[in-house]
Design a protein around this ligand. Structure first.
Ligand SMILES: C[S@@+](CC[C@H](N)C(=O)[O-])C[C@H]1O[C@@H](n2cnc3c(N)ncnc32)[C@H](O)[C@@H]1O
Length: 359
C-alpha cells in the first residue's frame, strides 16, 4: 500500500457550475478539521483544487476528510503529485517514473478528466493510452490488479500535457470513474428521475444497508410520487409502495401490482402504521422538506428516508448547513442517534439528495 506518500492538495470533481459551492464546502470542512489551505477555482471547469499550506501524510488527510462527509464533490481525490510537461510522444514513461518515485502501490488506475465538453475531448486519448500505462505500472510492481482493497490511482488530466496524480481508498470514495454513475434506465420507468433514486441508494448507503432495507415485503411511502420513477425503484425490488401525489402515476408503474396511489397533500398525509421507507421528491423550500423528513424519522413513522433538497440560487452551501441544523435539532429532541448523508449526485441538477436514518 502507498502509506508514505505526502498529500499537497485535494482534487474535487464537481458538476460544472458548482465550483463555488465546492470551494465553500472545502474551506468549511478543512477549517473545522484544522487543515489550512486555499481553494483554487475556475468557473465552469468541473473541479476545484484545494491546495494545502503544509504537506501531510495522504492517509491522515483522507481520514480527516472522509468522502461520506462531502456534499458537492462527486469524487474527493488526495493529490500527491503533478506533471505539467508531458511529452506528446511518450506520456507513459514520465507518469510511470513519477509513480515509482512516489513509491505508490495501487490496485487500479483510473484516467480521468473534468465533466466538461472541452475536457471530454481528452477521453479518446486517455482510453488509448491507459492499457500501455497499466502494462508499464504492472511491470514495475506499482500496480497489482485484483488487490481490491488497495488504493486507486487517479490520473486527472487537465490537458493532454498536464496531469494530477492522486489517490483514494476504495471504501472511502465514489465507486465510479470521474464520480459519474452511468446507470441503465429500467424499461418501465416513466421519468429519468428514477435514476436519481437508483444512484442515491448506491451513493448514500453501504451495500449492507441496501441489502437489509431494500427487501421484498417491506413498505415504502413516496411523497410527490408522480409519474412514478422513484416508486418504480421500490416496486421492482418487491416493496409495497404508497404513492402520494395529486398527479397521475404511470400505468407501467401501477402494473407492477405493488403500488397504491393516494391523491393527497404530501405534507399532511401520514401512514397508519410504521413503514421502513419514506422518500420525498416534492419541489418545495428545502427547510420545509427537511423539517417534514426529520419529523417522520424522529417520530418513528419511517425508519429511513431519501429526499431532495432544492437549492436556492445563492448561498447554497449555507442553505445546506441550515437544513442540517434543523434536522439535528429535531432528532435531538428525541435523543435519537441518526446518520445524515448528503450528496450532489450525478443525476442531480439544482438540488442535492440526502439520506436520513435512525441507527
Ligand atoms: C419532481 S416530481 C416527482 C418525480 C418522481 N419522483 C418520479 O421519479 O417520477 C414532483 C412531484 O411532486 C408533486 N407534489 C408537489 N407538491 C406536492 C404536495 N404538497 N403533495 C403531493 N405531491 C406534491 C407534484 O405533483 C409532482 O408530481
Amino acid at each position: 500500500m502507498s502509506s508514505a506518500a505526502l498529500a499537497y492538495s485535494l482534487i474535487l470533481y464537481c458538476r460544472p457550475g458548482f465550483e463555488n459551492e465546492c470551494a465553500a464546502e472545502a474551506s468549511a470542512l478543512a477549517g473545522r478539521r484544522g487543515i489550512s489551505g486555499f481553494a483554487k477555482t475556475t468557473p465552469q471547469s468541473g473541479y476545484v483544487h484545494y491546495v494545502l499550506h503544509d504537506a501531510v501524510n495522504w492517509l491522515d488527510l483522507a481520514e480527516a476528510l472522509p468522502f461520506n462527509d462531502w456534499v458537492f464533490p462527486r469524487q474527493r481525490v488526495i493529490g500527491v503529485g503533478r506533471i505539467d510537461d508531458l511529452p506528446e510522444r511518450d506520456r507513459v514513461t514520465p507518469i510511470a517514473d513519477a509513480v515509482a518515485e512516489l513509491g505508490l502501490r495501487v490496485g487500479r488506475v483510473w484516467g480521468e478528466t473534468a465533466d466538461t465538453n472541452d475536457a471530454k475531448e481528452l477521453s479518446g486519448f486517455i482510453r488509448r493510452f491507459s492499457p500501455h500505462l497499466e502494462k508499464a505500472l504492472t511491470r514495475q510492481g506499482s500496480l497489482k490488479p485484483r488487490h481490491d482493497d488497495w488504493p486507486t490511482l487517479h490520473l486527472f488530466f487537465r490537458s493532454a500535457s498536464s496531469v494530477d496524480i492522486g489517490l483514494t481508498l476504495p471504501h472511502d470514495a465514489s465507486p465510479w470513474p470521474m464520480g459519474i454513475a452511468r446507470l441503465r434506465m429500467p424499461r418501465a420507468a416513466p421519468s429519468r428521475s428514477t435514476l436519481k433514486l437508483a444512484e442515491a441508494f448506491m451513493a448514500l448507503m453501504s451495500r449492507e444497508e441496501q441489502q437489509s432495507t431494500l427487501r421484498a415485503g417491506l413498505k415504502a411511502v413516496d411523497l410527490g410520487a408522480a409519474p412514478g420513477g422513484w416508486t418504480l425503484q421500490f416496486a421492482e425490488r418487491g416493496l409495497h409502495v404508497t404513492a402520494v401525489d395529486n398527479g397521475p402515476i404511470a400505468d407501467s408503474v401501477l402494473d407492477t401490482g405493488m403500488v397504491e396511489h393516494v391523491r393527497a397533500d404530501g405534507f399532511a398525509w401520514r401512514p397508519q402504521r410504521r413503514v421502513e421507507w419514506m422518500v420525498c421528491d416534492m419541489v418545495e423550500q428545502p427547510s420545509r422538506v427537511a423539517q417534514l423528513v426529520a419529523d417522520w424519522v424522529a417520530t418513528g413513522r419511517c425508519q429511513r428516508s431519501i429526499f431532495n433538497l432544492k437549492l436556492p440560487m445563492k448561498k447554497r452551501w449555507e442553505e445546506i448547513e441550515r437544513c442540517r441544523k434543523l434536522i439535528d435539532q429535531r432528532m435531538r429532541l428525541h435523543d435519537d442517534k441518526y446518520v445524515l448523508r448528503m450528496k450532489h449526485l450525478y443525476h442531480d441538477r439544482e438540488e442535492i439528495t440526502a439520506y436520513l436514518a435512525r441507527v
